[in-house]
Design a protein around this ligand. Structure first.
Ligand code: F6P
Length: 336
């Protein structure tokens, strides 16, 4: 029987608790002992852990956040701290560690692997969906839902005032959230890494499209969903640029951290549960340095090196759908 440890690291994501729950319950089912390290990799360095028993996790599937807490841990770049973490795991006779997080957390796992001889298993948990080797990460579906819910409300007030809104969504350096949220909320415009040319070209396209929409529909609302970290100096600057370039007044709105919180939607709960069980299976089967993913509704094990630092591509159909809806053909006709 094994001693299994779990930690959550990086940006928390709805469904992390569901994953902690299923890893724990599956491990206990087979008679293993489960430890939860607190505050991600910081907890490994500081030897901060709790014992995970059935009653600690039974009732958490519906809760956002993570009962194990999370943290960013730049200190883990230091080899001495990596060694300290490995020593702490060895002193507790931990046979396997499950890391629930995103790309940065998996890099931490790669570093730990140089010092720790136990098994290391990754579960993809981030609202950004920017981890390769899995169609979706734990938390993404909920974050899309939360953002859409907020944008539906913004649409109401935008309609009432016939305003142009620029709404920034998270996603770090990837456009999954922006594109999915943009399409599902019926935004008139999505500005994301995947279709961004340069600020000059974009400014002209956006301004022309807003004017075209006004011409065709009369005054009405117009929503732009923008990925964070894209427009130079952020969406306030984009609003200033549109004002200066085309005399278009826009209201900026950053959705921010609400996208990380809330009760996970069923898809995240179910996927996290399946992945947690698969993580324990992988440990029992002696696997190490693998990530559990889900591809075409099937649970898979992927070598961690294929999941880390690989730019996951946004599905081309999404981009095509968005571009077609933007009425680019009509815009082109008017430009002739
Ligand atoms: O990775 C999740 C995420 O919420 C990103 O979308 C965002 O860019 C980042 O974390 C924010 O990080 P922090 O919590 O450190 O401000």
């Amino acid at each position: 029987l094994k001693n299994i440890a779990i930690l959550t690291s990086g940006g928390d994501a709805p469904g992390m608790n569901a994953a902690i729950r299923s890893c724990t319950l599956a491990a206990l089912h087979y008679g293993h002992k489960v430890f939860g390290f607190l505050h991600g990799f910081k907890g490994l360095i500081n030897n901060e852990f709790i014992l995970l028993e059935e009653q600690k996790v039974r009732d958490i599937i519906h809760c956002g956040g993570t009962i194990l807490k999370s943290a960013r841990c730049p200190e883990f770049l230091d080899e001495n701290n990596q060694q300290l973490a490995a020593d702490h795991l060895d002193n507790l006779n931990i046979d396997a560690l499950i890391v629930i997080g995103g790309d940065g957390s998996f890099c931490g796992m790669l570093a730990l692997n140089k010092h720790y001889k136990g098994q290391l298993i990754a579960l993809p948990g981030t609202i950004d969906n920017d981890v390769d080797g899995t169609d979706h990460t734990i938390g993404f579906a909920t974050a899309v839902n939360t953002a859409i819910d907020a944008i539906d409300k913004i649409r109401d007030t935008a309609d009432a005032f016939e305003r142009v809104f620029v709404i920034e969504v998270m996603g770090r350096h990837s456009g999954f959230l922006a594109l999915n949220v943009g399409i599902a909320s019926g935004a008139e415009q999505v500005i994301t890494f995947e279709n961004f040319k340069n600020p000059g070209v974009e400014l002209q396209n956006i301004a022309e499209h807003i004017k075209l929409c006004k011409e065709k529909r009369g005054a009405s609302s117009y929503l732009i969903v923008a990925a964070e970290n894209l427009w130079p100096q952020g969406i306030d600057q984009l609003c200033n640029d549109l004002q200066n370039y085309a005399n278009i007044t826009c209201t900026p709105c950053i959705l921010g951290y609400i996208q990380r919180g809330g009760s996970p939607v069923p898809k995240d709960r179910i996927m996290a549960t399946k992945m947690g069980v698969a993580a324990i299976d992988a440990i029992i089967n002696g696997k190490t340095m693998v990530m559990i993913g889900e591809v075409s509704a099937t649970i898979v094990e992927v070598k961690i090196k294929y999941a880390v630092r690989h730019k996951k591509q946004v599905n081309g159909d999404l981009l095509m759908a968005q571009n077609s809806i933007l009425d680019i053909a009509e815009l082109a006709k008017i430009n002739k």
